[in-house]
Design a protein around this ligand. Structure first.
Ligand code: NAD
Length: 295
């Protein structure tokens, strides 16, 4: 594997491009927006500078990492040489089905098509291609250059050979790959999202405030971040869409999203990305806002 195409230059896409490029792979970074490509490249440069400041890499490493990345606005051009594609475009089923149909047409026959989706079925995505045995989930964690885990999700038709190749490749990136099967939420979100949802229910029922709930989980369970702060970090819209996928997929009411979460997303309060979620980031003071505005 030499040439990796990353589709989407957003939060995850730029981290994935950074990680592959720093490990010496040639990366084609594809997005539909030049502005998002520019923002993504600026984020990679900023994160490399941070690593230089911590003396973990040198200026030369930064130059070679950035030199390994070429950006494209055209998908056909961006995947034409790919040995592996990692799709990290917006979490939307129709969008992913369209992108996978196009990639199947434009990428070389040997190319493995992977997706970083948080919740969409790998089997469903694979079914729109003529190479379902070469489609697999590569679920990186945010922030990608730092987090060690890659959840490797086998779709119904994913071959043993492709799974072994992707497990090995993830190790080459310095990551710890973990193989799981393709059911709603996979493993990471199947366990994490009900916990976050329960924290929101606890707030919704007035059992305790935002700070109190997060403090209990941080100090009592040794979690590095409380569940409400983590939800703000992930994006409340992302949490809601993952819970909806699990609720629909399992037809089990235990995954039904808390009405407070639904209300907050409808009100545009999406966490850090919108400046406000359970905490207020606009004032750069993490003041608790939800207990005042919603209860
Ligand atoms: P994001 O909104 O930050 O970035 C998405 C990017 O995709 C944008 O730059 C957008 O312009 C681009 N895009 C949209 N349509 C496109 C197309 N047709 N072709 C090319 N680019 C296109 O989203 P994100 O948070 O980086 O999430 C990306 C994927 O990663 C999603 O599937 C999400 O579920 C998954 N994921 C996210 C996180 C997280 O913490 N944010 C963690 C793990 C997995």
């Amino acid at each position: 594997m030499k040439n990796i195409s990353v589709i989407g230059a957003g939060t995850m896409g730029n981290g994935i491009a950074h990680t592959f490029a720093q490990s010496g792979f040639k990366v084609s970074l594809v997005d539909i927006s030049q502005e998002n490509i520019d923002l993504g490249m600026a984020t990679i440069a900023k994160n490399l500078d941070r690593m230089i400041a911590k003396e973990r890499i040198t200026e030369d490493d930064k130059t070679s990492t950035l030199g390994n990345i070429t950006s494209y606005l055209d998908l056909k051009e961006g995947v034409s040489q790919a040995d592996l594609v990692v799709e990290a475009a917006t979490e939307n089923l129709d969008l992913k089905l369209k992108v996978f149909g196009d990639m199947d047409q434009f990428a070389p026959a040997h190319c493995i098509l992977s997706t970083n989706t948080s919740s969409i079925s790998i089997t469903q995505i694979a079914a729109v291609t003529k190479r379902p045995d070469q489609v697999i989930g590569m679920h990186f964690m945010n922030p990608v250059p730092i987090m060690k885990l890659v959840e490797i999700i086998r779709g119904y038709s994913t071959s043993d050979e492709v799974t072994a190749t992707i497990m090995e490749l993830s190790k080459q990136l310095g990551k710890t790959p973990t193989e799981v099967n393709d059911y709603p939420g996979f493993v990471a979100n199947r366990i994490l999202m009900p916990m976050i949802n329960e924290a929101i229910e606890t707030l919704y029922h007035g059992v305790a405030g935002v700070e109190e709930i997060d403090t209990v989980m941080k100090l009592g369970m040794a979690h590095p971040m409380g569940p409400l702060q983590l939800a703000d970090f992930i994006g409340l819209d992302v949490c809601l869409s993952i819970l909806n996928v699990m609720h629909e997929g399992f037809k089990n009411p235990k995954y039904a999203p808390c009405p407070l979460l639904v209300n907050m997303v409808m009100a545009g309060k999406k966490g850090i990305k919108s400046g406000e979620g359970f905490y207020d980031y606009a004032t750069s003071r993490k003041a608790e806002v939800v207990s005042k505005s919603f209860l």
